[in-house]
Design a binder for this molecule. Structure first.
Ligand code: ADP
Ligand code: MG
Length: 407
């Protein structure tokens, strides 16, 4: 009866699953494990009585007891059931799956923390009258605006990636983001003059992050935007809270930003799907096998509009002021910190091949999968070998695995 109940819950949790990058084979394996372990646990409940009484005291009994403790322990970890909760935050569905019996107590502070990050760092004037970053962007030119430690930290990282990429990643992209307003539902292509004016206001070298924790922009109309990095920071924060609460296995899915804690409960790596670029959800071009890491994808299909048959998406090239267009369809970055992977997937997408690929190949602890519009797939060296901490497997025959990009 209890076993059936368990299976019922698991089925309902996985039904209608639309999230990118979940544990792809979790359904069948978890069901199988649950079945086997629940049966075995039940069997074990009887064994102690039948074994211990005839054996008597002594080392043999101690060994048996230790073996039983081990088996019961491994059994209980195997039978942990996934608990899923989700909320619409940071412009996406945030879905968290944890394998623990105290899910409610643990998930609430995680969602509260993500909501807090959004309320500080959003630059959406539709959603918020005020946030710390809207205060920064609206402050008179040259005045210092104090921000929280969190916001300062995210700006610092965003500025670091702006410098690292020579402005392909642009922390001061706000004038362009606001002009295009992609995702608003009433978009149109701005005039060339407006785009040129906005481009002239975008320059990370003019942003001052002051020693006292305040932020200064020197020109009227300039502004910061952390849309390309805040989800990563929020995922890291969520994972920190869950780990501190003792969670050993979890998936945090921030709409294309995936962070996995530990391995799957059965000890094997998570299988994170890399979505097909053509917006067909739940179809994967490949799988990243990994544990305790984050897998973040940037592509043009998350938010876009179509005008005169042309698709305009939300990742902008600061040099031109138009949506980035360089033959890339998407970039997936695998790393330890989601803030880095989030920043680098956007960076790689804007820099394109081969520059973005080379940058990520040169950085320690991050790997990437670049997918072009003509279905070529470039994978950095750390994702290729079976010995690496993460491995990418191409599963879609319409895509072709390539050697290092030329150029
Ligand atoms: P998503 O938000 O879909 O995960 P990204 O992480 O690539 O995608 O972030 C895109 C967001 O980042 C845009 O909505 C915008 O707020 C901001 N952005 C757009 N272009 C750039 C850029 N060149 N550098 C930094 N941020 C950008
Ligand atoms: Mg990003």
């Amino acid at each position: 009866m209890r076993l059936y109940h368990t299976l019922g819950i698991e089925k309902s949790l996985f039904r209608g699953n639309t999230w990118l990058g979940n544990d792809l084979d979790g359904k069948n394996n978890t069901l199988l494990h649950t079945f086997c372990c629940a049966g075995f646990c039940r069997w074990l409940q009887w064994r102690p009585m039948t074994i211990t009484s005839p054996v008597g005291p002594g080392p043999f009994r101690a060994v048996l007891a230790a073996a039983l403790v081990f088996l019961l322990f491994s059994c209980s970890s195997e039978t942990l059931r996934p608990r899923v909760d989700e909320a619409y935050l940071l412009g996406t569905v945030v879905r968290i799956t944890v394998y623990t019996d105290e899910a409610e107590a643990l998930l609430e502070p995680v969602f509260a923390r993500v909501a807090d990050i959004e309320a500080r760092m959003s630059t959406s004037e539709r959603d918020y009258d005020r946030t710390e970053l809207l205060d920064v962007n609206r402050a008179p030119a040259g005045t210092a605006t104090p921000v929280s430690v969190d916001t300062f930290e995210v700006l610092k990282e965003a500025l670091r990636y702006s410098e690292l990429s020579d402005g392909a990643f642009e922390v001061t992209i706000w004038p362009l983001v606001r002009l295009w307003d992609i995702g608003s539902g009433h978009e149109s292509v701005p005039s060339e003059g407006d785009i040129a004016r906005a481009v002239s206001l975008v320059d990370y070298r003019k942003l001052s992050l002051n020693d006292d924790g305040s932020v200064t922009l020197p020109e009227e109309g300039m502004g910061v935007d952390v849309g390309a990095i805040a989800k990563g920071y929020a995922a890291d924060e969520g994972a920190r809270i869950l780990r501190e609460g003792g969670v050993k296995h979890a998936i945090l899915d921030f709409g294309g930003n995936i962070l996995v804690i530990g391995s799957k409960p059965d000890g094997t790596p998570w299988r994170v799907g890399v979505q097909r670029p053509d917006a067909r959800r739940n179809e994967y071009i490949g799988i990243v096998y990994t544990s305790d890491r984050t897998v973040v994808t940037s592509g043009p299909y998350e938010r876009f509009f179509v005008e005169d048959g042309v698709r305009y998406h939300h990742i902008l090239d600061p040099a031109t002021g138009y949506p980035s267009r360089n033959g890339l369809e998407q970039v997936t970055v695998v790393g330890d910190r989601s803030i880095d992977a989030d920043a680098l997937s956007t960076t790689g997408y804007v820099m394109g091949l081969p520059a973005g690929f080379t940058l990520i190949e040169e950085l320690d602890g991050v790997e990437a999968v670049f997918v072009t519009e003509d279905h070529r797939v470039y994978v950095t060296s750390g994702l290729k070998g079976p010995d690496g901490r993460s491995r990418f497997e191409l599963v879609d025959e319409e895509f072709r695995l390539m050697g290092p990009p030329e150029g």
